[in-house]
Design a binder for this molecule. Structure first.
Ligand code: ARG
Length: 577
């Protein structure tokens, strides 16, 4: 052992190690390779830091080792890269050749499909994204808004990359609270408890209904008993109770849909907690038969290493309550099983990745559920379960997000307010221009809703996020209005320089060879060439703010390029200051 390691490597052996490193260091494929995007512009486009690690094994200085790597790399990259530079002790910097950048950029522009010539992934996966997931008969809150925006964006990106994406809405449509709700309906809206008439009953404001039911539940012991009995009837599938439950779900669905329509969210498949109800017994008996779940103070619970209460006692994950009912964790265990084993009954494949987009407050829940599912053998080796967690939404002052009077903010009001402010802003700016009502409405919606979405996406999702209309609607900085302005300006330039009339000209002039006339153009093209790497990073790490940062940087670089005033509307038509 130790003796052999001390032996000096032969030249051949050294070369073999270097060759292996080089094979792993192909630019354009930063996944699983030693190449990373350069951390600073002066380092070029990519950097390879492997020489430092390899030098020990090779028994030579990092600088020498870097020299060897470069020697091996040259024949592979010389067509599109400048001669690599070895910096400091042995960092290798790689920089695209200008000719290559020009060719790559015009190829991107020439792709009429809008894919910018980007290839689809070679490793197509089935990815389930569990996001949005509001609770029936309760208000959809800002946390759900965040989940919806981040989840939908990740789905779009993963689909663009070429994966098979399923958007699942894990709505909270099951649980003991339905007992009190249905029992309340029995008295207040009896028609809801009949399969014939329940579809036509208007339940009014569901949040008020919930509050009223809760009040009775807390105050009236008789009502409480009846509510409990009602849960049993519902669980047993009794027609009347099921009809009322369905009416509640339908009414909530109408409310959620309004928000999804405003945000332009499509393709969400509702797969509520109730869906997994028939599987819960199986899950629990699987855990029990493995002796993995054990009796604990009347409940059935799983204990996992490393999870403790504040006082140091072991923290149970309860899978069956003392009254025999199941809970949130049990449902999630059943959901995992279903997603990695059966989800695709028709399609025959299993989910390779399951992503859960919820607030960081649920991290412990997901960590425990994932761990338990793995230990119980519910998760195949190559399926991964990932919690895409995000921070709290706070008011502009950093305090709890609420209206001035301290009430919770309704999402509909929040989105409408963003559109209203955007509209006011546009009116002020276009004082002398006659903007039609129709255009004003459309632009205000694009800017207002876009601002809310972009503000959320452009923050590192793990941080708490301060909601400020002023900041998100500002024209300066990494905001939706700035990005939309850049987009509008680019459209204007293409339109004027090509004579296209469409509002959104996407057709690049045919036969457009790129002739570099200034350094700003090179900088812009370098940025464009990094797009595949950014997509790979987001596909892997699931941080949408990396795309926002990238787009912001690209727009800034675009704004440094000079255009002849005959085709640029920057200073003349649109004054955005
Ligand atoms: N309904 C839950 C909530 O409002 C979110 C559900 C997230 N998904 C899951 N599989 N647990 O907090």
């Amino acid at each position: 052992g130790a003796q052999v390691e001390e032996d000096v490597l032969s030249e051949d052996e050294k070369m073999e190690i270097v060759e292996r490193a080089v094979a792993n260091a192909k630019p354009f494929d930063i996944a699983d390779t030693m190449v990373t995007l350069a951390t600073r512009p002066e380092f070029g486009d990519y950097q390879i830091n492997a020489a430092l690690g390899l030098s020990r094994a090779l028994k030579m200085s990092p600088h020498e080792c870097a020299g060897l790597i470069v020697e091996k790399l040259l024949p592979v990259i010389y067509e599109y890269m400048e001669e690599p530079e070895i910096a400091g002790p042995g960092f290798i910097n790689l920089r695209f050749k200008n000719d290559y950048l020009a060719a790559a950029t015009s190829q991107m522009a020439a792709d009429a499909t809008g894919r910018l010539s980007l290839p689809e992934t070679k490793k197509k996966e089935k990815i389930i994204v569990d996001f949005s997931s509001p609770n029936i008969a309760k208000e959809m809150h800002v946390g759900h808004l965040r989940s919806t925006i981040i989840g939908d964006t990740l789905c779009n990106l993963l689909e663009f990359v070429g994966h098979d994406v399923i958007r699942l809405n894990h709505v909270g449509d099951w649980g003991t609270q339905f007992g009190m709700l249905v029992e309340h309906l029995r008295d207040e809206y009896p028609a809801a408890l009949s399969a014939e008439s329940s579809a036509n009953v208007d339940l009014g404001d569901l949040v008020e209904l919930y509050k009223a039911a809760k009040k009775r539940f807390d105050a009236d012991p008789d009502f409480k008993i009846k509510a409990r009995e009602c849960v049993v009837q519902l669980q047993a599938g009794n027609d009347d109770e099921v009809a009322a439950w369905k009416a509640l779900c339908a009414a909530s669905r109408v409310e959620y849909q309004k928000i999804y329509d405003m945000l332009n969210i499509r393709g969400l498949v509702e797969r509520g907690e109730s869906f997994y109800n028939p599987y819960l017994n199986d899950v629990v008996s699987a855990l029990e038969s493995q002796r993995f779940a054990v009796e604990s103070e009347g409940t059935l619970a799983v204990f996992l290493d490393g999870y403790k209460n504040r006082d140091g006692t072991p923290l149970p994950m309860i899978v069956r309550k003392s009254d025999g009912g199941f809970n949130y964790a049990t449902t999630d265990l059943a959901a995992i099983r279903h997603r990695v084993e059966f989800e695709v009954e028709g399609g025959g494949e299993k989910a390779d990745r399951v992503l859960y987009v919820t607030d960081a407050g649920q991290s412990q829940h997901f960590n425990m559920v994932f761990e338990a599912a793995k230990q119980a053998g519910f998760v195949p080796e190559n399926s991964s379960l990932e919690h895409v967690s995000f921070g709290l939404v706070q008011g502009a002052d950093g305090k709890k997000f609420a209206t001035r009077s301290g009430d919770t903010v309704k999402l509909k009001d929040l989105l409408n307010e963003a559109v209203r402010i955007a509209s006011e802003d546009i009116c002020q700016r276009s004082e002398n221009d006659c903007v039609s009502k129709e255009i004003l409405g459309r632009v205000a919606k694009t800017v207002g809703i876009g601002a809310v979405k972009y503000a959320d996406l452009s923050m590192n999702r793990e941080s708490n996020y301060r909601f400020s209309y002023e900041r998100m609607l500002s024209l300066n900085g990494n905001t939706a209005p700035y990005m939309l302005y850049a987009y509008a300006r680019i459209c204007g330039i293409i339109r004027k320089s090509t004579g296209q009339k469409d509002e959104k000209p996407i057709k690049w002039p045919e036969a457009s060879e790129i002739i570099i006339t200034e350094e700003a153009e090179v900088e812009l093209m370098r940025n464009l060439a990094h797009l595949p790497d950014i997509l790979l990073e987001v596909e892997r790490d699931l941080y949408p703010n990396k795309i926002c940062d990238y787009l912001f940087e690209t727009s800034q670089k675009f704004n440094k390029v000079s255009f002849s005033s005959s085709c640029d509307t920057r200073k003349s038509e649109v004054d955005m200051r």
